[in-house]
Design a protein around this ligand. Structure first.
Ligand SMILES: Nc1ncnc2c1ncn2[C@@H]1O[C@H](COP(=O)(O)OP(=O)(O)OP(=O)(O)O)[C@@H](O)[C@H]1O
Ligand SMILES: [Mg+2]
Length: 239
């Protein structure tokens, strides 16, 4: 067992969409400050796992604990108040608010009342957003939108950041910027769960890697070990 209380601990998650059984007993944990990547081919259940943790698609069986508190069955709005920020696959900015307004709307101190990520710091981290503060959300490129979504997540001063498809659909240069920001976030001690198709970049920034196949975790180990075992990538990820 862990000596520290995990930031997140899930056990035996069984999640369904109607009659369709998607997660078949998912168990893993994320320690405070740890970066964990969740990998797997299309349709294996990565997004469903994230949604089960947050409470958007509650599991039918199993438990979700946040810092030791059993939050299974809690509504999502209550779960995220435990210090979690969720960046969904399709992002989620307000198109008719400016960049500045999008950021300020999200602002809140962490549970101890501290503001590690102020508006100024977020803008410093994403200089591109700084140049577009008065642009409306819908005037941004895909990359800028993703930066704004991550910026908004940071404005909530989370202890855990969950990023689904962190760099999906973005140009190579923007992808690089996003990976480097994820590293910066990690260096500030925020734990994260990151989903992406770019296995190489994921393993570079992660402490630990999880591989999912058909609703089950089939591998859970140090990212360095995964990076050194390309046969696992071929077997489970098809890359
Ligand atoms: N709202 C839904 N209703 C019914 N089935 C769904 C729903 N969302 C996902 N599924 C199914 O659940 C399974 C897992 O989907 P999920 O989105 O969790 O996979 P994923 O690993 O995130 O895939 P991707 O890499 O394509 O994002 C798939 O078979 C998918 O078709
Ligand atoms: Mg997905």
């Amino acid at each position: 067992m862990n000596a520290v209380t995990p930031m997140i601990e899930v056990e035996n998650l069984q999640t369904y969409y109607g009659a369709s059984h998607v997660l078949h007993g998912v168990s893993f944990h994320v320690n405070p400050g740890e970066t964990v990547c969740l990998m797997g081919r299309n349709g294996m259940g990565k997004t469903t796992t994230l949604r089960s943790i947050i409470g958007l698609t509650p599991p039918r069986h199993g438990t979700v604990k946040v810092e030791g508190t059993n939050v299974t069955g809690w509504p999502a709005h209550r779960v995220v108040k435990k210090g979690i920020a969720f960046v969904p696959e399709n992002r989620g900015i307000f198109p008719n608010l400016s960049v500045r307004e999008n950021l300020i709307m999200a602002s809140r101190p962490n549970r101890q009342g501290r503001v590690d990520w102020s508006f100024e710091r977020v803008v410093e981290t994403f200089p591109r957003l700084g140049e577009r503060l008065d642009n409306m959300g819908n005037q941004l490129s895909g990359g800028e939108q993703q930066m704004l979504t991550i910026g908004r997540a940071l404005m909530t001063n989370p202890d855990l950041l969950i990023l689904d498809e962190a760099t999906e659909g973005l140009a190579p240069l923007i992808r690089k910027e996003i990976w480097s920001v994820i590293k910066t976030i990690k260096a500030t001690g925020i734990a994260s769960i990151v989903v992406d198709k770019d296995v190489k970049s994921l393993l570079e920034i992660s402490d630990r890697g999880l591989i999912m196949v058909k609703g089950r975790i089939v591998h859970d180990g140090p990212a360095a070990e995964l990076a050194a075992n390309p046969e696992l990538h071929v077997r489970y990820l098809g890359v």
